[in-house]
Each structure stands twice: as C-alpha cells, then as structure tokens.
Design a protein around this ligand. Sequence first.
Ligand code: AGP
Length: 608
Amino acid sequence: MCGIFGYLGEQDAVSLVLEGLKKLEYRGYDSAGVALIQNGELLSHKEVGKVSVLDAKIAEKGWKSGLAIAHTRWATHGKPTQINAHPQFDTASRCAVVHNGIIENHEAVRRLLQKRGVSFQSDTDTEVISQLIGFLNKGNFLRAVQRALPLLQGAFAIAVIHQDAPEEIICAAKESPLAIGVGEGEMFVASDAQAFLKYTRQAIYLHSSELALITKKGVQAFNARLAPIEKESENLDHDAEEVTKGAYQHYMLKEIYEQPQTLQNALLSRFSEEYGSAILDGLKLSEEELFKIKRIVILACGTSLHAGLTATYLFEEKARIPVEVEISSEFRYKNPIVQENTLAIAISQSGETADTLAAMRELKEKGAKIVGICNVQGSTLAREVDSCLFLRAGPEICVAATKTYTSQLIVLTLLSLRFARMHTMSQQEGKHLIKALQALPSQVKSILSQADKIERIAKKYAHYDNFFFLGRRYMYPTALEGALKLKEIAYINANGYPAGEMKHGPIALIHENCPTVAYCGDSVTYPKILSNLMEIKARSGKVLAIAPEGSKEIQGIADDVIYVPKTLDELSPIPATIVSQLLAYYIAKERGTEIDQPRNLAKSVTVE
Ligand code: AGP
C-alpha cells in the first residue's frame, strides 16, 4: 500500500508534495516523509503519524526547492517508526527512494549487500532498493536504477532522487500503479492520478517493468533494457472535486447520508421501465456473447466480496447462471479452470486492490472476459478490464466502505436483471423489480430519519466486546458486512455467521454478554431465523433485530427491533445495511475510536 507523490518544476515542491500526500492518505497513514534537493544537498524529514504531523514539522524548516518526493506509509516490513518511514536512503545518504509495494526477496538482497559491506538502518524491504541503487551507482544514476530493478522480486512502484542529479526524478513500476502527470514546465508523480488532477489532466501510466526519467522538460520512458519507448499521455476526464465533511462530524456519516442520492446515481438511465430490463452501456459484450455465458466467477475482497456473495443469490435464482464467488487472495493460487463462456466479474471500489487485480489478470490470461465493477475512473482495474460498470458514488473518503457497497448491490442487481431477462425472467417480473429499485432511495431516507433511535440503541450495546451477526439467504452476506463494519471502525470482535450454522458449534459462545444482531429481512427464511433466535434467547443471548415493517413475531423474541421499509428479498440487503452502518458508526463514536481512518487499515490495499 502506501502513497507516493513527487514534483519537479518551478513551484514550491515541498508544500506541493505535502498537499498531494494528503490526497493519498487513504492508502496508509501510519508515518510519512519527504526528501528534496536544495542547493545541491539532499534533505529529508520523516514523522510517525499522519501527514499533518509531518506538515507541521516541515513548516518550521523553511525549505525551498523545485524538486521533492514524499510518501505516506502503511507498514508492511518493520513497525511504523521514524527510521522505517520513507524515504529510505543509500549508505552515503545521496539517494532517496519512496516505494509502494513489497520486495519479496528483500532478505536475500539485504544479505548480498551486507556481505559487500553495506550496513542497513531500517527493518524495511524498501531500504534494499535505495542501498542497491547506491551500491550499483557508478556515476550514471539512471543506469543504476535500471540495473537494480531485475534484482528485485515482488510488486513495486518507486520514485528515486539523487543528490548528483538535482533536476531528475526516476520512477519505475512493476505490477503497482504509478502515474506521471505532465504539466507546463512541471511534472508530477503519484500512486493515483487523482492526487495531481488539480494541476494537470495529462497522465502517463507506467506499465510493468518500465522506468521513466522525469525532468522539467518531459518524460522519457524506457523498457527494462533501457531502450527508449514512446508513451502517449492520457487525458483524464474525471473531476478534481475537493471533498469536505461539510457539517458532518465524520466522512463516514456524510457518506452514509449520501446514499439516497448515490443509489439514484447508480440507477440513472440504466433500466427500461417499458421492457422491464437493464440498460448497461458500460457492458462491452454483444448480445450473443452475453447469451452464451454459462458460468460466472466473481472476484473480490472485503466489503466488495460481500457484494459478490449477495450476487450469487441474484444470478443463480434470477438468471439461473451458476456463480462462484472467490476471495481474490486465495483464487489465483488454485490454478483455476476457465471453461469456455465463463464471465469474470471483478468487484473493487478502489480498482487498486492488488489481490483482485492479480486474480483478474490470471483469469484474463486464461481467456475469460472480465467485467469490472468499480468506483474510480482511471484506476488500474478500470483500465485493464474488458468492460467497466462504474458505481457513480463519488469519492468515498472514510476507510470503511458504505455508499460504494450499496451502489455495488444496485449495479449487480441490474446486471443480474440483464441476464435474467435473456433467460428466465418475464417482462412483468422485470418491471416489478425495477419498481422496487426505484423505491429504494426514499426508503433509505426513511431509515436515515430513524438515526436518533439507532444511536440510542447503539449506546445500549456499545460496551459489549463480542457480537454475533446472523442472517440467512440474502441476509447472510448482509450479516457478514454488518460484522465487518463493526470490527473495522469500533474494534469489536464481531462474528458474521449464517444463522442456521450456529447450532453446529458457534452457539457455544452465546451468553448474556455476547449479543446477536439478527437480520430478518429475507421472507423465505424468516420463520427459520426466528427459530434460530429462540435458540439464542434460550441461552440468555440478547438479540437486536433488524426486520421489515410489519414483522410482528420478532417483537416477542428480540430485546430491541429496528424496523426498515419492506422491499423485495433481493433488495433487502440495502435497507438492512443502512442500519448496520449507522449502528457501527454510533457504537464506534460511543467508544471514541478513530472512525474515518481506523487503526491498521488503509482504503486501498495495494499489496498482496
Ligand atoms: C471495507 O469497509 C473495507 N475497507 C475493505 O474490506 C475493502 O472493502 C476491501 O479492502 C476491498 O477494497 P476494494 O473494494 O477497493 O477492492
């Protein structure tokens, strides 16, 4: 993970890289650092904590330079300390490197260099890059970087500067994103083009094993053998919209409240009421190709995985197409079998999740067509898939996914509708589903209007340290997602489980101090979950139920009930999830955790 930002030009490079770094904090925020060249001297400063901590220290220094590189870290190798923060240096402190990714053979390279007298300062894998470049540098900085690259295994994106080349930044990438922004007499480097969009919309992306020499005049890219290659710059058309919290205390709450609008955006112009079907312009597959699909493989991680799990019920039940949902990090090591007419759906809010990208590339290589479901235009996923369906949810700043999850559910519902109408679903049924989809934004509004009640209930449950989240059928992935939200932002052990499995072991954990959040929105399994909850009550477990309006029986069982508007089973994850999000938010607030940037996490998980 980690975020890299670099600048070369006439402006104040130091303040500019710090500003850029703040836009990349979603990639990690446990330490940060900057290196620059001022009057021919390499200077640097690093701090543990967020970019704001670094910013405050740098302000005192009064540094002025037209060239700087900076880094915000999510620790992989070595604790988040000042020494382990980036930049990392060579022994002579003449070369500085910022890095995103993991050097898998760092131990071997470290030993090799140590045998030749190099001594290391940090525990990081990154220091082997800077030390290696320093060791190989015999007066030609570019050549030294090029010679170092084939000795490094793993995935990485780096930006390197050297005291002896005060007008150059060298970058290289291997399976990690790196964008170079081309301005007028000024150049930018960033892990995500969004970070320099305010200054330029022209971006060049480095592909695997390419490197680039950046000067004020322009960019020269090279292949791994240092042969020059031509690279066209792309014109980025997405907005450089500045996102603020507005009147909300946290981005998370703001993003939860945006959902009536984001659901509307996800639906906009994507269905035909008349034909009861979905219109998905982003889907670049012919009618014939779509019709022939015999199997769907969904790849995703975390919250996106929960959206994928929900989609199995949608695709199998509505379109009668067999679906496998695969945890991206496990999938690629299975040596997957790709039969003819397999469609892969890669779901990733950020479009930068390394595991999902790797799994997707594996399937692509084996001949599957890939549809991406993503929120970020210009992301690696969006650029590499055959077709991309965008969520249109706007930037999501809080590390915990909220609005993007419900938009993923909408897009997957529309995609399943598209398939279902080709195979088994009648026009009438299609129209019925569209009507229910259209009703969702106002139903979500009505749940948001119950926020005070949800906050009161959250306060009542906030002191418990262990929870179960239970559901069945459509409510099973919904329960997993509810549990994940509570873990992420409130640091509470929350176990998401299919309710019917409790009696096969986990019920042993139920007692009066381990409450259950029960999702009762699936009509087919409603009577069954009531019985499962009776079993919990019989063992003194407390039950907080989320149930559709009109569910009477639950009142006699649960200790507390939060009612949500009734919808179709296949859409019921959305209202229930809005409640989970508010519940997790208010419990976290009561416990005083850092809601928008929870400990140990990052918004984009760019390492495998
Ligand atoms: C969600 O709240 C989490 N932050 C996390 O599980 C996330 O969903 C996961 O890392 C996948 O991210 P992606 O959707 O950007 O691929």
